[in-house]
Design a protein around this ligand. Structure first.
Ligand code: KMH
Ligand code: ZN
Length: 273
């Protein structure tokens, strides 16, 4: 039986606190959410932070405080987003590694993102990747499109393996502008992965959440869930707490004979000491 890694992405950068008061945007809300999601079976947290006005920020002091607080109060693997919001400059996104997280996201190419553009030019991708190797941070490669899978192959050929020696990727499906959130798209993307990849997870945004979750489980994939990706449990029923999404993922995993990984096994899956 393959154990299940559940990553929680509790906040994101797209939803306004005013539109969704239950979104964890303060440090206290984030840490308390993290603890509850860990108790429910999550083993990694994908972190976006907000400023005092609940707006997305990459402020380094706040990021560093967040990493420290999550480490003090949970055993979760702390993965900081280097994607930030679509408005964040590339230089600030590189500086995220100064907060010394365990892991970080690393998106493998530019993608249309609704009406916006999520910019990840190749020179930025390679600079960020080499920085993760220097700083001993484990990257999680975010793949929004089939072209991103091809770019990952090119990156690994050119620059070698990540810190830790494992290659973990996360497919993000259903973003308007990226791969559709369908089983067919997930199968194509998984089939195209380069041989160095040792584990993968998937998330489907919005209404594609459940189809993508079930398809991923059926292919031995891992799961990312959270309010970054979906705000309703089903049509008309808002998510009240990220824990509900983790509970649902763990339950679906159990139906597929997949128990949550222990914290130690989750770390070794990703090549973390
Ligand atoms: N907020 C999106 C524009 C990541 O965290 O690395 C990008 C994103 C990916 O969420
Ligand atoms: Zn993110």
């Amino acid at each position: 039986m393959t154990g299940l890694l559940v990553t929680v992405a509790p906040t994101g950068a797209e939803t306004a606190k005013a539109d969704c008061p239950q979104l964890p945007t303060t440090l206290e809300e984030l840490v308390s959410t993290a603890g509850e999601c860990e108790a429910a079976g999550a083993r990694m947290i994908h972190v976006h932070i907000r400023d005092a006005d609940h707006r997305p920020t990459l402020d380094l002091t706040r990021l560093t405080d967040t990493v420290q607080a999550l480490r003090e109060r949970t055993d979760l693997i702390v993965q900081l987003s280097t994607g930030g919001s679509v408005h964040d400059p590339l230089e600030e996104r590189l500086k995220v590694l100064d907060a010394a997280p365990d892991a970080c996201s690393l998106t493998m190419g530019t993608t249309n993102f609704g009406d916006d553009v999520f910019s990840n030019p190749w020179p930025f991708v390679t600079e960020l990747y080499q920085l993760t190797q220097e700083r001993r941070v484990v990257p999680e490669f975010e793949l929004f499109d089939l072209g991103h899978v091809a770019s990952l192959r090119r990156l690994l050929d050119r620059f070698g393996l990540p810190y830790g020696g494992r290659v973990h990727v996360d497919f993000v499906l259903g973003v308007p502008g990226g791969m559709p959130g369908t089983a067919q798209a997930l199968v194509s993307a998984v089939t195209a992965l380069p041989p160095e990849v040792t584990s993968w997870s998937a998330t489907g945004v919005g209404r594609t959440t459940l189809p993508v979750m079930l398809a991923a489980l059926s292919m031995d994939g891992h799961l990312r869930v959270g309010m970054e990706d979906v705000l309703t449990l089903r049509r008309g029923v808002p998510v009240e707490h990220n824990r509900q999404l983790v509970d649902r993922a763990v339950e679906a995993g159990r139906l597929a004979q997949r128990e949550p990984l222990t914290p130690a096994d989750a770390r070794s899956l990703l090549g973390l000491p």
